[in-house]
Design a protein around this ligand. Structure first.
Ligand code: GDP
Length: 309
């Protein structure tokens, strides 16, 4: 397990607990995954049967724009070192995780897996996206040349425990949960959402994502990548209403039109994943309710491991 402290990695670790699997994790102190010798040594020492590659340098639009070299270099090194090391040591199965930002900016929706490399990327996160595309191709190349059973999964927007609830750097879901909660507590008449509320986004609870990863690790052995999503999207306004209902905030919803809407729609096709026999189990309302409980219990001023994309 590489990347066990992030939101996805920690969900996979929780999910594996119910499998009776022995989970070994690579912490920063064990190995700097950008360092080839240290990474190979860690894989040789632990000799895992299977590797979930959920380690990555992640961040939002601002971080990508400010540290493009770090986003490209760190992510290329991490995946190249782990994938090559896993091959060298003879790891039986590896699953590489990316995100939906690998797809062209104007890919037809819902985005099917074959849209990869059919058009230009969103420029603001292309550093991260290029590294993730290279990771998919590394898995395919080691499969083709060496017969390695390495697969890739590309999750949609995830939400869940351990998310980043910092309003300046978070994604929309944790931001809305926090805003609705604080407005309720302070008795504010309204909460402010960014943009028009008309953009549509897809969401998947991170525990569903972890469950899909374990399912694919057990059952899927093909070149190419698989989208990991719910296959359904919702407008930001409807999401805001849902979050307000769950939190119990009854005030108005106000739009801050000075903030960007971003892309109008981002929905991945879930057909390939469904065809493997997996479907999500956590509905959006139930998922938001459980994350709100986690938020209350953890009172976070927390900058977590949300995957950008
Ligand atoms: P994106 O999916 O890459 O665009 O990332 P975000 O999750 O940050 O934003 C999704 C949509 O939610 C955009 O249309 C935002 O304008 C909208 N949104 C509304 N309120 C908020 C907020 O408080 N924080 C964030 N991050 N997005 C918000």
């Amino acid at each position: 397990m590489a990347g066990h402290r992030g939101m996805v990695g920690s969900a996979i670790v929780r999910r594996l607990a119910s499998e009776g699997a022995e989970v070994v994790t690579a912490s920063r102190a064990d190995a700097d995954l950008r360092d080839q010798a240290a990474t190979t040594a860690w894989i040789e020492k632990t000799r895992p049967d299977a590797v979930f590659l959920a380690a990555a340098k992640v961040g939002g639009i601002l971080a990508n724009d400010t540290y493009p070299a770090d986003f490209l270099y760190d992510n290329l090194m991490i995946e190249a070192n782990i994938i090559h090391g896993a091959h060298k040591v003879g790891v039986e199965k590896l699953m590489f995780l990316g995100s939906s930002c690998i797809y062209p900016k104007f890919a037809p929706q819902p985005i099917t897996e074959d849209a990869l490399l059919t058009g230009a990327l969103e420029p603001t996160n292309e550093w991260y996206a290029i590294a993730k595309i290279a990771g998919i191709k590394l898995c395919d190349a080691y499969r083709k040349q060496h017969g390695a059973n390495f697969i890739s999964g590309m999750p949609t927007n995830l939400y869940g425990p351990g998310d980043n609830f910092d309003l300046n750097s978070s994604h929309v879901m944790p931001a809305l949960i926090r805003k609705a909660h604080e407005a309720k507590l302070s008795g504010a008449p309204s909460i402010t959402v960014w943009g028009t509320g008309t953009p549509r986004r897809e969401f998947l609870h991170v525990d569903d994502c972890a469950d899909a990863c374990v399912h694919l690790m057990k059952t899927h052995s093909e070149a190419g990548h698989v989208n990991i999503g719910s296959g359904e999207d919702i407008t930001i306004l409807d999401l805001t209403k849902l979050v307000c209902d769950v939190v119990g905030f009854k005030g108005e919803i106000v739009h801050d039109l000075s903030k960007p809407d971003g892309t109008p729609r981002k929905l991945m096709s879930a057909d390939k994943l469904r065809a493997t026999g997996w479907a999500p189990k956590i509905g959006l309302e139930e998922g938001v309710a459980s994350v709100y409980q986690w938020f209350l219990a953890n009172k976070v001023e927390h900058v977590g491991g949300a995957v950008h994309g």
